[in-house]
Ligand binder design. Structure first.
Ligand code: PLP
Length: 396
């Protein structure tokens, strides 16, 4: 929408016109089924193979280690359920963190209902998992460790290298949900101990309804979707060729521009953090100050936590789209965030954060517009709580 500032790139991102261009032939004209033997089929098959190479390039993987799925959620489900199914469910144990996306947490709860034991690792006040806690959690029956690369609510980046190394030392596969991290911070499966990795292009200026799972060669995985045997028999279904072509192009663009884009976004992000902290008394930053995604900010405003949704709507009326940090869906917008609660915030504060996430098409002018709109939006609110000013981390 023209004239608006879109600062909710962790929820989804505008499609890059170059990605739309790569998808276009498959939306109009090229309709072949990649499994068909004729020319139309071969063309579609080649497009899928090309995209597989592009996604592999982003992660420094082999093309044969990339599986296309229907979403980041599906990739997460496939990783957890697929590994456990391949190894047998009885007397198995999975380790994850308390701050994962519901795509992981709900899948773990499903596993628990099927007699798999799950340990949810705690996090500190910045949202970081302590590798020592993973060492303590490992058991002889542990079959999988899954810890997200970066958190979708607070933007904190996890010590994936250390966590993956611990899993590897125990001979256990390590999965990371990199839906927020892929294409934004370097991920290299040649040098990092990552065995499975989920990504989703709609967080990367690519299309929705398509995803990818990196599966290191030799890691056992059982399929969740059975049928015609596409994707090496691990995810049957006629491929979403347009979506896959878009995913490939989105991955390629992100890989090529990642270093420069990270520098640009960190500059905008830090300007935003410093300015908001100076402009609005009692602002506190949620998540780690430095170990965070380049374009990701999460704020709390002492005394205004009960007004977070009103603040979001006031900003929306002023033409600025941000998100409440409390939940990933409008249906749960007024519930306290499980992420913030795990970080030690009380339920009121865990309900009252504001997530501001920048992307490729945001500019300094957008940040300036937000800095104008925010104090005005706050002025329209009536504080409903009488919390003291936050000092250090804004926790209880
Ligand atoms: N994992 C994380 C960390 C996410 O942020 C999201 C989406 O917000 C998902 C998984 C789910 O991805 P998708 O929307 O492609 O299903």
């Amino acid at each position: 929408m023209a004239g608006r500032v879109y600062f909710d790139n962790a929820a989804s991102t505008p499609l890059d016109p170059r990605v739309a261009e790569a998808m276009q032939p498959h939306l109009a004209g090229a309709f072949g089924n990649p499994s068909s033997l004729h020319c139309e089929g071969r063309e579609a098959r080649e497009s899928v193979a090309f995209a597989r190479r592009q996604v592999a390039g982003l992660l420094h993987a082999e093309p044969g280690e990339i599986l296309f799925t229907g979403s980041g959620t599906e990739s997460d489900n496939m990783a957890l359920l697929g590994v456990i199914e391949a190894l047998g469910r009885e007397r198995n144990h999975v380790v994850t963190s308390a701050i994962e996306h519901p795509a992981i947490l709900e899948t773990c709860r499903f596993l628990e209902r099927h007699r798999v034991e799950v340990t949810f690792l705690p996090v500190d006040g910045d949202g970081l998992v302590d590798p020592d806690d993973l060492i303590k959690a490992m058991r002889p029956t542990t079959r999988l460790v899954s810890v997200m690369a970066a958190n979708n609510v607070v933007g904190t980046v996890q010590p994936i290298q250390e966590l993956g190394t611990i899993a590897r030392e125990h001979g256990v596969p390590f999965h990371t949900d990199a839906v927020q991290a892929a294409g934004k911070i370097p991920l290299d499966v040649r040098t990092q101990p990552i065995d499975l990795l989920s990504l989703s292009p709609h967080k990367l200026h690519g299309p929705k309804g398509v995803g990818a799972l990196y599966l290191r060669e030799g890691i056992p995985l059982a399929p969740l979707v059975h049928g015609g045997g596409q994707e090496r028999g691990l995810r049957s279904a006629t491929e979403n060729v347009a979506g896959i072509a878009g995913l490939g192009r989105a991955a390629e663009i992100a890989a090529a521009g990642m270093a420069d884009e990270a520098v640009r976004l960190v500059k905008l992000r830090d300007h935003l953090i410093e300015s908001v902290t100076a402009l609005i008394p009692n602002t506190y930053l949620i998540g780690h100050r430095y170990r965070r995604l380049p374009g990701h900010v999460c704020f709390g405003f002492s005394g205004l936590e009960g007004e977070a949704i009103k603040l979001l709507l006031a900003l929306d009326s002023a033409g600025v789209a941000v998100s409440s940090g409390s939940a990933c869906s409008a249906q749960h917008a007024s519930e306290p965030s499980h992420v913030l609660q795990a970080m030690g915030y009380d339920p009121l504060r865990a309900r009252g954060s504001l997530r501001v996430t920048l992307g490729r098409f945001n500019t300094e002018a957008d940040v300036d517009r937000f800095l104008q709109a925010l104090p005005e939006a706050i002025r329209t609110l009536r504080p409903v709580t009488s919390y003291p000013a936050m000092t250090t981390k804004g926790r209880i």
